[in-house]
Design a protein around this ligand. Sequence first.
Ligand code: CA
Length: 736
Amino acid sequence: MSAMQSFSASSWLDHGWAGHAKALLTISLCLCTGLMQGQSSAAVDEARIIAADSDPGSWLTHARTYGEERYSPLAEIDTDNVSQLGLAWYFDTNTIRGLEASPLLIDGVIYTTAAWSHVYALDARTGSLIWHFDPQVPKAWGAKACCDVVNRGVAAWGERLFIGTIDGRLIALDRDSGVVIWEKLTIDPERPYTITGAPRVIKGKVMIGNGGAEYGVRGYLSAYAVEDGALLWRFFTVPGDPSKPFESEAMQMAAVTWHGGRWWEVGGGGTVWDSMAYDPDLDLLYFGVGNGSPWNRTIRSPGGGDNLFLSSIVAVRPDTGEYVWHYQTTPGDSWDFTATQHIILVDLQIDGRKRKVLLQAPKNGFFYVIDRSSGELLSAEKYTRVNWASHVDLKSGRPVETEQADHSQTSRMTQPMQIGGHNWQPMAFSKDTGLVYIPSMENTGNFSTALNFEYLPGHWNTGQASGDAESTATLSPALLAALEKTLMLGRLIAWHPVEQREVWRVEHSGMWNGGVLTTAGNLVFQGTGDGRLVAYRADSGEMLWESATGTGVIAPPISYQVDGDQYIAVMAGWGGALPLVLNQTSSIRGRNGRLLVYKLGARKQLPESAPPFALPIAPERRGTPESIALGGALYGLHCARCHGIGAVSGGILSDLRYMQPQTRELFNEIVVGGLLNDKGMIGFADVLSETDATAIQDYLSDLSLALVEYESSPGWWRAMQAWFYEQAALVASLFL
Ligand code: CA
C-alpha cells in the first residue's frame, strides 16, 4: 500500500497545468514507469480511458472501453496454451447472493463489488484484501429488488471510485483507502427504487440510473459531478403526471405517445438499470431503457401509443442530458422486453461503407445494428426463437407483430418470455473475428392481462393475470423441472453482425449463464450456470479448457496483466433474476460466492463445496385442499419471486420446504408481523391477513410432505416420472 500511496496524481492536478510543463513531463514519465510496474496509483481520466488499447493490462471502465466491446487485447493466453490455465487465487465474498460485478483493474489493484453493494479492493497478484467498504444497506430494502441484491461494479475517475447502492445512493470513495468522500441519495425513498448497475464516468460526470419497474417507479438517468456529487442533469424516460409541466422537450415528445390510464401513479417504468456506452468523437452517451410499469400497455396506456421511451435506446449529450435521438426496439411494450441489454459501439463495413454502429441484442429476440450518429436502423434479425413479431420492417424501423403478441383479451404463450432472449449478462465483440458472442436464451412464457388490475404500492405491479408465478405455484416441482429442461434453453452464440447470422453455438445445460469476454488470443471465456468457467476458440467455438467454479457463474470475466502475467478474473456467485424464481434443475445451491483469478501454470484448488440439502423435517399434515390452493395462489403472488416457484429455492433465499419447527411456530409473526424485517424478510401486513398467512403455511407444509414422499420413493419411480414429464413437455413444445 505504501508504494501506492506514495504517488498521488491529485497533488499535481491541483497545481494546474500552466507553468508546470517540466513537472508535468517528469510526472508523465513516473506515470509510465509506474504503470509498467503496476505499482503507482494514477488518476483515471478521459484520456486514459480513451487510450485503453495502449494500456491493455488495465481494465479502467465497466467493459474496459467506452465502446464496451469486452475485448481484451492481451494475447499471452491463447488457443495453444489455454489448457495450462489454472487458479492463481480466490477471494471469498461471504455471500450466497448473486455476484454480477465486472471488476476494474487499475495500477495493480482489483476493485470489485458483491451483494448488498459491498466494495472490495484487492491486490491483483495475490488477492490479499487492501480495503473493504460496506454501505450498510438496510436488509429490508432487499425486498424492493426484483432480481436479487446484486451489483455490477464500480466506476473510477481521478483518485475516486463510485458505487451505486441497492438502496439508491451514489457514493464516492477514495480509491486508496475506501473512505467515503461524498454520498448522494439519487431516488425518492418512498418509492421502490434500487440500483444494481455500474456507474460510468464521462467528462467528469458520474452517470447512474436505477431499477424498480416491476414494482412501479418512473425511470431516469442522472449525472452527478465527480467533485462534490452535485446533480448536474436528469433525463426522465417516461412522462410524469400530465397536470404538471414537462421537465424537458423530450418529455413533451414522449407525452403524445401515452393515451389514457393513470400510468404516473404506478410510475410508468422505463428504468435505466444497466447499459450505457459513450462515443467521444460524436460526444454521445447511449443508454438502454427498460419495460413499463405495469408491463401491460392495456393497463398503462389503454388508448395505445408507443409509450416513449420504454424499451428504447436513447442518445444524449453527456454535458447536458439533451436528447439527440432514440430508437425504440419494442413500441408500446407489453412483455417486459427491456432494451437495457448490453450496448456495444464498433465501426463495421456495411454495403461497402464504414459505418459507426451500435449493437444490441435486447430481450425481445432481435439483434439490432443501428447507425449511432443518427439512430437509423440498419438491420435487425432474430438471434433466438421469436413468435411475437414476424420481422422488423426496415423502412419504418418497427417490429411487425403477430397474433401471438396480443394478450390483452386472452393469455398467450410468447417467445421469448419475460426473462428475454438475452438478459443483462454482457456479450462481447472480437476485433479479430468480427463476431459478437451472445449469452443467449430460448424460452416461452405465458403473458396475460389483469382486467381488474389493482395497484399495490411497493409490491409486484406487472399487471399480469395468470401465467405468472401465481398460477405456476401449484405445479409439481418435477413437472416444473421438466418444463425448465425442455423449454428453457441456454447457449453461447457467435453472431455475425454484418451478415446478421449465427456462425457457431454452444448449448448449455441450463438457461441462465454468465456474461462473456473475448481476447486477442482467439479466445472466448464464459462462466456457466452449472458451475464452470470455459474457454472456447473465438473463431470456431471449439471448447479448449474448463474449470469448476464451485457455484454457478453469471458475471462476465475480465482480463488484466500485472508483472507481465495475463490473468482471467470472474466473480462466481449464483443468483440474479431467474434463480430466485425458477431453479428446479440446478444442482448448485447456496454456495459461497468468490472472485476467481486464473493464470497460466497456476494450480490452486478451491475448497470442498457445501454438502447438498438433506431432507426436510416433515411437518404435520395441515390445512384443507381449499386453504392449500389459496395459499398456493397467494404464495405465487407475493413469495415466489424470491423463494422460488413451487417453493423450490435457488439457494439464494430460504427454501421454505425446509423450514425449521421453530420458524413454523413463528410463521405468521414473520410473514404478517415483520419479525425478520431487519434480516430482509419484510412483513406483508399491507397485503396479507393472518388467514392468508395460515393458508400459505398450509401450502408450504403440503410441499414439504410431498418432497419427503418424493425423495423417499424408489429411484426408478422418480426417473420414470421425470421421463414422463419431459416427454409431455417436449410434445407441448411442438405446439408453441
Ligand atoms: Ca423488467
